[in-house]
Design a protein around this ligand. Structure first.
Ligand SMILES: O=P(O)(O)OC[C@H]1O[C@H](O[C@H]2O[C@H](CO)[C@@H](O)[C@H](O)[C@H]2O)[C@H](O)[C@@H](O)[C@@H]1O
Length: 368
């Protein structure tokens, strides 16, 4: 593995950010090798069977939205074992609703900063990524929270897209897994200078991402149910609607294209393969960057809360755990390996948690 540093600076950045970001040439998953050529479907299937790299990819795809944390055929577990597993997990990651008083208590004398993932956290997971809308009730809850606490949406989506879903001008938006960060588009009490673009971590990768995205669209045409979403600094290949027997074909197409781009790497989300630059920038780095921009670098007077449902949110949970500051809250109905402290089962519980936070804040302001 070779490492070198790339100076990533953004000429449009209003706070003049110039950050040295280490670049790694090694992909998270090694690619299948070979140039991207058109291979007949039957041959592809044979290649998949013979190639352990592709097979491990298919395994990873199967595991990308696990129903349980333990490997194997868990559905054959006796019900009592599943219940035991659930209750042990819940005791390690209790519900943020049950623990609400403790969370509120921990925030006394501190500024809460709220970080919210979008898909699976503010909106339920749906088949069509273009229709992952949040409910008006959720929008009100987020708006309420943002009135009292600086609030950021941190997402794998492209910033413009998520902004068009959330439709709230008073928030920070960190799109493309935090590689594209913008401040509120209107002046708020947390953003008095009304700064717009804060940071773009991977401008030099834009043409490459565009190229790969086009190439993937072409390749995926023959895979029924597959779709490609260009998220500006990264690309998502969705296989939620692809028959499982064709997942190998998806993996083959993605890895063969990626073999031509050593500066890009693959990560996985919920029934999605994501292609992104090899720079060491993720949702955890975005969280740290935003805390710093808000003036909370090395501050003890801040309580960051990050709520997310996906593997990519683990980077942010880890940062909080390592800092020993704030709380990560994993949104999941089933036990998963996580660095989060607490859990919530689904977006409706996220909405309830946000509403309780607002009520608690209003009560504490009235009691002053
Ligand atoms: O960081 P996030 O906000 O969680 O974004 C991660 C990916 O979310 C979206 O895909 C996921 O949600 C879709 C809509 O519910 C669903 O169809 C898909 O299977 C999920 O993986 C989004 O479309 C991706 O671009 C994001 O990278």
């Amino acid at each position: 593995m070779t490492n070198h540093n790339a100076l990533i600076s953004d000429a449009t950045s209003s706070i003049g950010v110039a950050v040295r970001v280490p670049v790694s040439n090694q992909s998270l998953f090694s690619s299948g090798g070979g140039r991207s050529i058109s291979i007949p479907r039957k041959m592809l299937v044979q290649k998949l069977e013979a190639d352990p790299t592709i097979n491990s990819w298919i395994e990873a795809m199967r595991a990308s939205s696990p129903t349980r944390t333990r490997p194997g055929n868990i559905s054959s577990l006796p019900e009592s074992d599943e219940e035991e597993e659930d209750s042990s997990w819940i005791s390690q990651h209790p519900s943020a609703l049950t623990m609400f008083e403790q969370i509120a208590e921990a925030s006394k004398g501190k500024q809460i900063v709220m970080f919210l993932d979008y898909d699976g956290t503010l909106s339920p997971i749906v088949e069509n990524p273009d229709q992952a809308y949040m409910t008006p009730e959720m929008r009100d809850a987020v708006k309420g929270v943002a009135r009292y606490f600086p609030t950021a949406i941190v997402t794998g989506r492209c910033q413009d897209k998520v902004r068009s879903f959330v439709k709230l001008p008073g928030l920070y938006y960190a799109g493309s897994h935090g590689m594209d960060i913008k401040g509120p588009s209107k002046k708020t009490k947390h953003n008095k200078n009304n700064r717009s673009v804060l940071f773009q971590a991977a401008n030099e990768f834009l043409p490459m991402i565009e190229q790969v995205s086009k190439c993937l669209v072409e390749k995926m045409r023959d895979v029924e149910g597959a779709s490609v979403e260009n998220n500006k600094f990264c690309v998502s290949v969705h296989y939620r609607c692809v028959d499982q027997k064709d997942w190998g074909v998806v993996a083959e197409h993605v890895t063969s294209i990626l073999s031509e781009y050593p500066k890009l790497r693959l990560t996985q989300g919920r029934k999605v393969i994501e292609i992104r630059p090899t720079i060491k920038w993720d949702k955890g780095k975005a969280l740290e960057f935003l805390l710093e921009s808000l003036g909370f670098a090395n501050s003890d007077n801040v309580l960051p809360i990050y709520i997310g449902d996906d593997r990519t949110d683990e980077d942010a949970f880890k940062v909080l755990r390592e800092k020993g500051q704030g709380f990560g809250i994993l949104v999941s109905k089933v036990p998963k390996e996580t660095s989060a402290t607490y859990s919530l089962q689904e977006p409706s519980e996220v909405g309830e948690f946000l509403r309780r936070l607002v009520e608690w804040k209003q009560m504490s302001l009235r009691g002053r």
